[in-house]
Design a protein. Structure first.
Ligand code: PSV
Ligand code: MN
Ligand code: MN
Length: 387
């Protein structure tokens, strides 16, 4: 690919930001409050718009319901538009009520299952109002002890709830089913892996696809293989990007293992799936517990851009030829040459050609936005607990 073609592909890239990444967060031991943190969904959207202003590739914000609950979602969408962004995926939340101690849609109690399914249906109503395409489903459902509940019945209950929600989707709406190996359940999880998600999505139909959260696998899992498999079967719907050293660490994407991020983006480029028109949502799902949030999110967006640029730079002809000739070292070198390229000057040039500052973090720091929100916003709330 020529440098111009690489730049053209990069200029069309879109990365979606999670509203919750702008709120205070922490571990189960401590939430560290930061100055200037948003107090409302509107303020989270305003911060996301700032990230878009300096990067040019983050035009949408995912909401989490009820963390981003408002009375008028159409008005919230209009507010986002005024800020220069749009509302993206609606993330459901059936994991924080006492009722969900034994599960949500897989709970043995039909009344709890009804409550959980009703919440998912309410999220589709919200999508109607916001114009969002995607409903993202993550279930904390599972068990802690062998024998605690019937594993097979729980799969049936899950399938029933998913079908009811799937049938409620509009023509242009989709369902993204996220999986996670463990936590908060420690013995069984009802959607623990991509295979389980894939099987349910296959049963549901074309509007149901898998969401890969990069932090939700056993250590050593080959995530790019999952990407390749799901792309081939047209069942890859989205990513929740973050990085991890141990479990679901939710650190900045590309921080722990930039080579893994490159390998993932290499499969995306190989599958011609980067363009937004291909329908794959590239979202961040991270928390910034100790670092300043807005520059951390800008950094994350840049990390995805850098991995993408390197993947676009892979000489596909050289790679294909080496593969076909069984030239193991030559094929590997074709990938490593691209990975080892410093793409920061290319991205700086691209930004300048788009009228953006070459260094988005430095531009943000100079803007005075942080000083302003620190002054204006008193009493920012924890991500996930209301505002
Ligand atoms: C669960 O660990 C998860 O990755 C899901 O995407 C949730 O919706 C999100 O984190 C936010 O807590
Ligand atoms: Mn996630
Ligand atoms: Mn997670």
């Amino acid at each position: 690919m020529t440098t111009d073609a690489v730049k053209a592909a990069l200029s069309r890239q879109e990365i979606e930001l999670p509203s919750w990444a702008f709120g205070n967060s922490g571990t189960r031991f401590k939430v560290f409050a930061q100055p200037g943190v948003p107090r409302s969904p509107e303020e989270k959207i305003a911060d996301a718009a700032v990230v878009h202003r300096y990067t040019g590739v983050a035009p949408s914000v995912a909401l989490h319901i009820p963390w981003d609950k408002v009375d008028d979602y159409a008005a919230l969408a209009a507010y986002a538009k005024e800020q220069g962004v749009r509302l993206g995926a609606i993330n459901s939340n059936v994991f924080q009520d006492d009722d969900y101690k034994l599960g949500s849609v897989t709970n043995p109690d039909p009344a709890v299952r009804r409550k959980a399914t009703d919440h998912l249906l309410e999220c589709v109503d919200i999508m109607d109002a916001t114009g969002s395409r995607d409903l993202k489903l993550w279930f904390s459902d599972g068990t802690n002890y062998p024998g605690q509940d019937d594993i097979q019945d729980r799969q049936d209950r899950l399938a029933t709830a998913l079908k009811e929600v799937y049938d409620r989707l509009g023509d242009d709406q989709r369902m993204l089913l996220e999986y996670k190996l463990f936590e908060p359940a420690f013995y069984t999880t009802d959607v623990p892996d991509w295979g389980t998600s894939y099987a349910h999505c296959l049963e549901l139909g074309p509007k149901a696809t898998v969401c890969i959260d990069t932090g939700h696998h056993a250590p050593g899992t080959n995530i790019e293989f999952i990407v390749a498999f799901l792309l081939r079967t047209k069942k890859l719907g989205a990513f929740d990007f973050n990085s991890r050293f141990y479990a679901d660490d939710d650190l900045m994407v590309g921080a722990a293992d930039p080579f893994q991020l490159f390998r993932i983006m290499n499969e995306i480029v190989r599958g011609d799936a980067l363009d937004p028109e291909r329908g794959i949502a590239f979202m961040l799902d991270q928390c910034h517990n100790i670092e300043e949030k807005i520059p951390a999110i800008i950094r994350s967006v840049m990390n995805v851009q850098e991995a993408t640029a390197k993947a676009l730079l892979v000489d596909r002809d050289v790679l294909r030829k080496a593969q076909q000739e069984g030239d193991v070292l030559g094929a590997n070198a074709a990938l490593m040459d691209a990975y080892n390229t410093d793409v920061r000057p290319l991205l700086a040039e691209l930004r300048e050609s788009q009228g953006l500052e070459p260094d988005p973090v430095a531009a943000y720091k100079r803007s005075g936005y942080f000083e302003q929100i620190t002054k204006d916003r008193v009493g920012g709330r924890q991500a996930g607990w209301g505002a």
